[in-house]
Design a protein around this ligand. Structure first.
Ligand code: THU
Length: 137
């Protein structure tokens, strides 16, 4: 696993805070910003986008993944997300699954309890490999 230098975490954290400032969260009033480092050095980010039909609101990670794919895709190696107080936030369960699909095996996440790998925060994940194994049998 490649450990990130502090300045790399700082850049990711700043990108997450910048994204959070763009959040559209008039209903929950809980803005979220997310950022991730791509294997090739790019940084992608996203914010939550809520909706008057509450249930269809999008999490910040959803916007991040859309931005990643629209920018040509890539493998994510490190990730923080922040709330409106710029405090590190734990991504929700659905978002861990969204991130898993595009994550490096040892992707690192900043969490309120320290740095964790994707497999620590989403153990025994269902992913692309399960589908491949099934169809290849
Ligand atoms: N939210 C995110 O954007 N990401 C998460 O991982 C947790 C929750 C958003 C969804 C909603 O707009 C607001 O936070 C309050 O739940």
């Amino acid at each position: 696993m490649r450990l990130l230098e502090n300045r790399e975490w700082d850049s990711l954290f700043s990108a997450a805070c910048e994204a959070m400032e763009k959040a559209y969260a008039p209903y929950s009033k809980f803005p979220v910003g997310a950022a991730a480092l791509v294997e090739d050095g790019r940084i992608v980010s996203g914010c939550n986008v809520e909706n008057a039909s509450y249930g269809v609101g999008l999490c910040a990670e959803c916007s991040l993944i859309s931005n990643l794919v629209m920018a040509g895709g890539g493998v994510l190696t490190a990730f923080p997300c922040v709330d409106g107080h710029k405090k590190v936030l734990m991504p929700c369960g659905r978002c861990r699954q969204l991130l898993f699909e595009h994550s490096a095996e040892d992707m690192l996440l900043q969490t309120p309890s320290g740095t964790r790998t994707i497999s620590e925060v989403l153990p025994q994940a269902f992913g692309p490999r399960e589908l491949k194994d099934f169809y290849d049998e």
